[in-house]
Design a protein around this ligand. Structure first.
Ligand code: UD1
Ligand code: MG
Length: 455
């Protein structure tokens, strides 16, 4: 089947008014990835496909988003929104190139699985002219109904055009379709707009094809695979389904999720086997975690790379450019950003390490802060292998603490510290014998004088 050429057309020109948003609907995100990208990915996962995006409003942004997953996608504009068949014909030039299979996907339907698309295409390979993705709707209201005679699909009736009897049918159109390339243009051009909405319905090609004696069939997908996003509520529903699938995939790949429903993944999260993720952990985009890592509760990771056997959190924040090597520990209330942390280094409590390089086995004491920003520019802090930074130190970048150096607690380090040196960046302590007792007596007397009755 894979040797059949394929053009996937993603319809993204809808108004999306029910989102009540200034942003085009197809740019809203599920798992941190715009809806239009999910549709493009599904098409690609089902085999080599040339991709055409049909957009209306803010088409440049839509194409730019799609290019994140499909850099060679081509944009076609639908200037007037005259229906789904009209939208497909906006990509007429691409259809005319003569692909074997034409796939039509909706950009607002992000949960379609590769095997659903593979089924559609295999219908074409078996000789059908049109294959429709059907599903059994718990509530069919609003969907086009699939009207069958025996095994044959004879028509799709849009909800608004249904008779009472047709309305009772629960086998519905999921919206995705595969059309044999050799028939596509002639079927689409035969569609009229004599219906309740006065639109050119893509679904009408079923009746046209059936009347011409061409084979038309329906496949059956799960209802959740064809969930369409029209409102903010449905967007959250789609996110929920996506997350549930991803958690399952992770667990089946050997990742332990102690409380799966509390862990939030991104579209590109990667985690190695035998890693444990405790409850309430969030993965933003761009995170890759190795094997045998423990991520304790309430940690937030984004754009971070974590190698094997590391230990993160609880309450740790890894931001973009955090790169942690083997056996690194980043503990509670620590933030790491744009920093390479080498093997076995420890940043265990209440620290900010940003724009830094931390050497192997270095120990960063509680409350250490890299002062990386002067209000205009960011500067680098380098901490050598085996260095020890005492608690509550401020490292004012650019600054280097060389291998094996020792920084005394409470230091403000503004100059480089040579290898093996001990740096004090704080006022020297002085003890005055007996002065504590004297001070206490003086203060006590002052308090008593204030409390004494006046006059
Ligand atoms: C469509 C189907 C219906 C199916 C349902 C599944 C048709 C005529 N109807 O109905 O049978 O049950 O999806 O969710 O196809 N679009 C354009 N340009 C247009 C019109 C639509 O690009 O002129 C795009 C929309 O952005 C959307 C998709 O096509 O991605 C579907 O359009 P929509 O108006 O949502 O169709 P439905 O009424 O949901
Ligand atoms: Mg719709």
């Amino acid at each position: 089947m894979t040797e059949r050429s394929c053009l996937a057309i993603v319809l993204a020109a809808g108004e999306g008014t029910r989102m009540k948003s200034a942003k085009p609907k197809v740019l809203h995100e599920v798992a941190g990835l715009p809806l239009v990208c999910h549709a493009a990915r599904a098409a690609q996962a089902a085999g080599q496909a040339d991709l055409a995006i049909v957009a209306g409003r803010q088409s440049d942004e839509v194409l730019k988003a799609a290019a994140r997953v499909a850099p060679s996608a081509r944009l076609y504009l639908q200037h007037e929104r005259l229906g789904t068949a009209h939208a497909v014909l906006a990509a007429r030039e691409a259809i005319a190139e003569g692909h074997d299979d034409i796939l039509v996907l909706f950009a607002d339907t992000p949960l379609v699985e590769p095997q659903d698309i593979a089924f559609l295409r295999s219908g074409l390979a078996d000789g059908a002219a049109v294959v429709v993705m059907g599903f059994y709707a718990a509530d069919p209201t609003g969907y086009g109904r699939l009207l069958t005679e025996g095994d044959r699909l004879v028509a799709i009736r849009e909800d608004k055009d249904c008779t009472q009897a047709e309305r009772a049918v629960t086998f519905c159109n999921g919206g995705l379709m595969a059309i044999a390339g050799e028939h596509a243009l002639s079927l689409l051009e035969a569609v009229g707009n004599d219906n309740a909405k006065g639109e050119y319905y893509l679904t009408d090609i079923v009746e046209v094809a059936a009347a011409r004696g061409l084979a038309v069939v329906a496949t059956t997908a799960e209802e959740e695979s064809v969930l369409g996003v029209n409102t903010g509520v449905q967007l959250a529903e789609a996110e929920g389904v996506w997350q549930a699938r991803k958690r399952r995939e992770m667990m089946l790949a050997g990742v332990t999720l102690v409380a799966p429903e509390t862990v939030h993944f991104s579209h590109d999260t990667q985690i190695g086997s035998d890693t444990i993720v405790e409850p309430n952990v969030v993965f933003g985009p761009g995170v890759s975690v190795g094997a045998n890592v423990t991520i304790h509760s309430f940690s937030h990771l984004e754009g971070a790379i974590v190698a094997d056997h590391a230990e993160i959190g609880p309450f740790a924040r890894l931001r973009p450019g955090a790169r942690l090597a083997d056996k690194v520990k980043v503990g509670n209330f620590c933030e790491v950003k744009n920093a390479d942390v080498a093997t076995g280094a420890k940043i265990n409590h209440l620290s900010y390490i940003g724009d830094a390089k931390v050497g192997a086995g270095a120990n960063i004491g509680a409350g250490t802060i890299t002062c990386n920003y002067d209000g205009f520019l960011k500067h680098l802090t380098q901490i050598g292998a085996g260095a020890f930074v005492g608690s509550n130190s401020a490292l004012v970048a650019p600054v280097t603490i060389a291998d094996g150096a020792y920084v005394a607690s409470g230091s403000v380090i503004t100059q480089d510290v040579p290898a093996g040196a001990l740096a004090f960046g704080r006022a020297r302590q002085e003890n005055k014998d007996g002065l504590g007792t004297k001070l206490r007596e003086k203060l006590k007397a002052q308090k008593e004088a204030r409390a004494a009755p006046k006059g």
